[in-house]
Design a protein around this ligand. Structure first.
Ligand SMILES: Nc1ncnc2c1ncn2[C@@H]1O[C@H](COP(=O)(O)OP(=O)(O)OP(=O)(O)O)[C@@H](O)[C@H]1O
Length: 205
């Protein structure tokens, strides 16, 4: 028996600047599974994840989420001039549909350790490499232990060891019961996913 869907999206339509980019997309994300959202550039993957997260609203269709949700974006929403450390960013948590408790210092340290950034916790985010920042954002997403974890290309620009670590972290998140969905161009992530949603021209294949 498949686990029940924690997040369902039904018949989503969305237009950027009056141009339709999603045409009737439906998906269901289940607890304990990793879903890879794959497809060519411009297929609508990031837009779909933003609709699932509630960052954007569909022109038509509905998203239902029966739990807490964390979204891991590709770029930090904080400007480089803001003097925030890796620890601050992770402690801040990420976009969330629901109010949540501030993570404990121990949980923040554990999340930073899991993404392989132990030792860099007190470094300003702006001083990190692109790949290290990506991993800081992953730590920001996992620290919340949300029921649904959405990620937009968390392995973009990472070296092979870091990509492998990211895949392992997402598998661990699913193993603790999260419904994980991840936009990816990484063949191994697609092969290892429990479910693959393939988008092309705004439609699920
Ligand atoms: N802010 C925006 N304003 C206008 N059009 C946009 C905007 N963001 C995306 N689009 C358009 O919407 C379509 C889907 O874009 P989206 O970023 O969702 O694709 P994607 O599958 O995530 O692509 P990639 O693999 O390159 O990240 C594309 O045609 C893109 O040009």
């Amino acid at each position: 028996m498949p686990s029940p869907a924690v997040l369902t999206a039904h018949d989503l339509h969305f237009a950027h600047d009056g141009r339709d980019v999603l045409h009737g997309v439906s998906v269901a994300l289940r607890s304990g599974t990793v879903t890879a959202v794959a497809g060519p550039n411009g297929a609508g993957k990031s837009t779909l994840v933003e609709l699932l997260a509630g960052v954007r609203s569909p022109r038509r269709g509905v998203v239902t989420c029966r739990g807490s949700l964390a979204l891991v974006v590709q770029r930090p929403a904080v400007p480089d001039t803001l003097p925030v450390t890796v620890h601050d960013v992770v402690a801040m948590g990420t976009w969330s549909r629901r109010r949540r408790l501030r993570p404990t210092a121990g949980a923040v340290a554990a999340a930073i350790d899991r993404v392989g950034l132990a030792g860099l916790a007190d470094r300003p985010l702006a001083s990190l490499s692109g790949g290290q920042r990506q991993r800081a954002l992953l730590a920001q997403g996992i620290v919340q232990r949300a029921d649904v974890l959405l990620l937009d290309e968390p392995a973009a620009g990472l070296d092979s060891r870091s990509r492998e670590r990211t895949r392992a972290v997402l598998a661990e998140e699913a193993a603790r019961g999260a419904a994980v969905a991840c936009v990816t161009h990484d063949d191994t992530s697609i092969e290892q996913a429990d479910v693959v949603v393939r988008l092309e021209d705004g439609r699920v294949l």
